[in-house]
Design a protein around this ligand. Structure first.
Ligand code: FA5
Ligand code: MG
Length: 344
């Protein structure tokens, strides 16, 4: 009898394993029903010698329990599989494909223009110290940009004027000039893209974090006309041959003479809008001839070498390039906005 029971169990295992949902019910009747083989064996227990009865009885009960459990598990597994069943003939879901951010696209395009002129690309540090961000750039201690209202400082002791080494989030990319010029000897032509930080009030053209690209060259006999030449070439390459540049005399402690450069507003074609604040021009960069004191602070003989430098706002240029009328659109990660740059 023991053998018969094991045979039934083996058969049950095979059939339940291979069963479909529809077959489970009949297998339940076949193995556990009133007319099942196990039920018949139970009826024959009487015929057994008394010593064997409890043993075989227990084996039958255990087998019933095992089969019952297997049927339950199988039915659960089949129900779950049905829920996950999918139609292979359905068309695939479209995959959303990312693309480069408009600021990255514009920065790369600007880099390309200057690389073609022989500039190399370097990287500066976003956390700077006062020496690189200000002092070595000839920005005196009393200059308003060093005020804590105009710069994000990272450490305590903001009012100790005698310390030179407070840490800060760089407020422009110009400290990279110092880092490069203290490490490499001229002739140099270098481009440094990166993020900068200022506690500016946010509006359509200002953000507290934005991107600049610093560019500078140091060589013998460099003149302001060389600077004008590379900037006009840059504007014509990035925009159109008709793009107007306006050089406004300005002041930076680290350049002399200095200028700020405006580009004719491409958004309103000079008619006046929120981007150009109604005057038809948008300031995109500051520039000038590197101040002799800056060269000297880097151990470069200012009698032998001259340099020019410029620092452009990447957001402003991207706004003009793509006709974007609010700088905040670059940062809020709206898919509808970003998707428009897939084609570029
Ligand atoms: C500077 O930062 C100088 N370091 C530029 C420079 C470099 C001058 C080398 C001479 C030689 P300025 O603060 O003007 O200058 O900023 C440069 C450009 O950054 C501006 O023309 C503008 O395009 C952009 N910019 C300035 N502030 C913001 C802001 N809050 N949000 C977005 N763009 C800004
Ligand atoms: Mg300015």
């Amino acid at each position: 009898m023991e053998e018969e029971i094991l045979k039934i169990k083996k058969e049950a295992v095979q059939q339940i394993t291979a069963a479909t949902a529809a077959e489970l019910e009949s297998l339940h009747i076949k193995f556990l029903g009133r007319k099942s083989l196990l039920a018949q064996l139970t009826a024959r227990l009487r015929e057994l010698p008394p010593a064997q009865k409890p043993l075989i009885g227990r084996l039958i009960n255990e087998t019933k329990r095992t089969i019952e459990q297997m049927l339950e598990e199988k039915s659960g597994a089949l129900a779950k599989a049905e829920g996950e069943e999918f139609d292979l003939t359905l068309p695939a879901l479209p995959q959303a494909c990312g693309s480069l951010h408009p600021l990255t696209l514009v920065a790369e395009e600007i880099e390309e223009v200057f690389k073609n002129l022989g500039f190399v690309v370097a990287e500066g540090d976003e956390i700077e110290d006062e020496d690189h961000n200000f002092s070595a750039l000839n920005i005196p201690l009393e200059h308003p940009s060093r005020d804590m209202f105009d710069t994000f400082y990272l450490e305590e002791g903001l009012h100790k004027k005698e310390t030179q080494g407070r840490l800060l989030l760089r407020s422009h990319t110009s400290p990279a000039q110092i880092r490069v010029m203290r490490n490499l000897r001229p002739p140099l032509a270098v481009l440094v893209p990166g993020r900068v930080y200022r506690p500016d009030a946010v509006d359509a053209t200002h953000s507290f974090m934005f991107h600049q690209i610093e560019g500078f060259a140091v060589d013998r006999d460099l003149r302001f006309s060389d600077l004008k030449g590379v900037l006009i070439n840059f504007a014509r390459k990035l925009f159109t041959a008709e793009t107007q540049l306006r050089f406004r005399p300005s002041f930076f402690p680290f350049t002399e003479p200095s200028a700020e450069v405006d580009i004719s507003c491409i958004i309103c074609k000079g008619k006046g809008c929120t981007v150009c604040k109604g005057n038809g021009w948008l300031e995109v960069l500051g520039c000038g001839m590197i101040h002799p004191r800056v060269l000297q602070a880097c151990g470069i003989d200012s009698k032998k070498w001259q340099g020019y430098a410029f620092g452009m706002g990447v957001e402003r240029i991207a706004m003009l390039k793509f006709g974007i009328d609010d700088i905040r659109l670059f940062y809020n990660n709206h898919k509808k906005f970003l998707e428009q740059f897939n084609a570029f």
